[in-house]
Write a protein that binds this ligand. Structure first.
Ligand SMILES: CC[C@@H](C(=O)O)C(=O)SCCNC(=O)CCNC(=O)[C@H](O)C(C)(C)COP(=O)(O)OP(=O)(O)OC[C@H]1O[C@@H](n2cnc3c(N)ncnc32)[C@H](O)[C@@H]1OP(=O)(O)O
Ligand SMILES: [Co+2]
Length: 134
């Protein structure tokens, strides 16, 4: 069901500093900050030859990443995103298998303009999984 690794997301305490580090120290192709108010985050994408890195910073009062940063003040890997062909079919199969879909269960439009869903980390070995329909 899952396909390519779309991105690895890293929650960071200082977005500009993290972007500068990836651009300078690591010589990466770093994009511009993008506010995603529907998701409570500001993101910067970094293009790598085989996948992307998503730098995440809280946006607004109810950001879903605030608790993670409170527990991990230096930042850390927050989620990984797998591509799927049909997100509704993937959701229905996962729910039938007993996995918890976060939020309403309905896909939201993600940072790439495509539908996304999140799966509870406690159901997947402590790893928060995002699915993105491609
Ligand atoms: C820009 C759009 C999009 C894209 O297109 O790429 C994005 O990536 S948006 C990214 C941000 N959005 C989300 O993360 C949405 C889904 N997340 C959530 O609903 C919540 O963050 C959460 C996963 C339910 C966690 O909620 P929170 O209130 O912070 O924590 P809890 O205390 O309820 O956590 C319960 C339990 O889970 C552990 N946890 C929390 N976050 C993670 C994580 N990222 N990875 C692994 N484990 C995580 C937390 O530590 C708790 O464990 P215990 O302490 O053992 O109870
Ligand atoms: Co993401």
């Amino acid at each position: 069901m899952i396909g390519r690794l779309n991105h690895v997301a890293i929650a960071v305490p200082d977005l500009e500093a993290a972007a500068a580090q990836y651009r300078g120290a690591l010589g990466a192709d770093v994009g511009a900050p993008q506010d995603e108010p529907d998701h409570g985050v500001t993101v910067i994408f970094i293009d790598l030859p085989n996948t992307k890195i998503e730098l995440l910073y809280p946006l607004g009062e109810a950001s879903p990443i605030q608790g993670f940063l409170d527990k991990n003040p230096s930042g850390g890997i927050h989620h990984i995103c797998y591509e799927v062909d049909d997100i509704a079919a993937a959701r229905d199969k996962l729910m039938a298998d007993g996995a918890r879909i976060l939020g309403t269960g309905e896909p939201k439009i993600g940072a790439h303009g495509k539908p996304v869903l999140f799966l509870h980390p406690k159901d997947f070995n402590g790893c928060l999984i995002e699915l993105e329909e491609i």
